[in-house]
Write a protein that binds this ligand. Structure first.
Ligand SMILES: C[S@@+](CC[C@H](N)C(=O)[O-])C[C@H]1O[C@@H](n2cnc3c(N)ncnc32)[C@H](O)[C@@H]1O
Length: 278
């Protein structure tokens, strides 16, 4: 069969299993099997390659996330290793990271902290896109930190295994920007997709408390301490949490210019604020 015929069959199969972007995933998996060669230049896929493709499709049909099957993810301009125990970075977080990167682009040798780094996606993007940035990343889960280590060590980001609530006290008052995508789902809310419920670690999802905002509250307090006067704080949240997250940041008493940023679907997605003068 030609790649085109295989992809058509695979797309139909993935769609039957409710995979949200079947054509994209069918194509990505075939590329993964066939390696560097452009699909357009291949007349016929060999039997061993078809068998390998069918095996990967079966995993995706069972709703294993594409990034776990490939062992990698693209986040903005960065290529990341992904493995069990690490949250798969999401497209909306690319916008959140972008809000900070835009601000950082105008600063020389900025010092940046990514709290709740997971796979290290945000810190890696900063290292790749902000020349000269000095970046630290904090993660509580050993499994996620092991993945982050693979992504961050080659990029010169310093990774700390610890609690975002009290990490890096030696940096207090010296940081230009704190960025975070913490867990923020309320207790009791159950995500819909099996890719999330079966693959993302619960510690990456639930923010604590009926509003899911215990960890975000601790992150905001930590950011207030880490930032220098005039420094930037950016934190992702759920699309219904815009107002409550602005209130949570205001309640620290440490921030001004507190605003909500929106994602590409025009939903509330992150809070942005500036450290007030002490
Ligand atoms: C929603 S995931 C985001 C990961 C990454 N920032 C991203 O955007 O792809 C949240 C991460 O926070 C970590 N985490 C949860 N509680 C934490 C805490 N108290 N201190 C540090 N990290 C924490 C989880 O293990 C998980 O890796």
């Amino acid at each position: 069969m030609t790649p085109r015929e295989l992809i058509a069959l695979a797309t139909a199969r993935l769609a039957e299993h409710g995979v949200p972007s079947p054509a994209h995933d069918a194509r990505s998996l075939l590329r993964h099997v066939l390696g560097e060669r452009p699909l357009e230049l291949i007349d016929e896929v060999s039997d061993p390659d078809v068998d390998a493709y069918i095996a990967l499709l079966a995993r995706r049909a069972l709703r294993e996330p594409l990034q776990h099957i490939l062992g990698e993810a693209t986040f903005r301009y960065s290529q990341l290793v992904i493995a069990r125990g690490a949250f798969v970075p999401r497209p909306e977080t690319e916008i959140v990271a972008g809000a900070a990167i835009e601000w950082l682009a105008e600063r020389e040798v900025p010092r940046v902290v990514d709290l709740c780094t997971g796979s290290g996606a945000i810190a890696a993007a900063i290292a790749d896109e902000v020349p000269g940035a000095q970046t630290w990343a904090v993660e509580l889960s050993k499994e996620a930190a092991a993945v982050a280590q693979q992504n961050l060590e080659p990029r010169g980001v310093m990774l700390v295994l610890g609690d975002a609530a009290d990490a890096l006290p030696e940096l207090d008052g010296t940081i230009d920007a704190v960025i975070s995508n913490p867990p923020y789902i309320p207790d009791g809310a159950i995500p819909r997709d099996p890719e999330v419920t079966e693959w993302d670690p619960p510690a990456a999802l639930y923010g604590g408390g009926p509003d899911g905002e215990d960890i975000p509250r601790a992150v905001a307090a930590r950011a207030a301490a880490l930032l220098r006067d005039g420094g930037l704080f950016v934190m992702e949240h759920g699309d219904l949490q815009g107002e409550s997250m602005r209130a949570l940041v205001a309640a620290t008493g440490a921030f001004e210019a507190i605003e909500t940023g929106r994602d590409l679907t025009d939903r509330d997605r992150y809070v942005r604020a500036i450290r007030r003068r002490r």
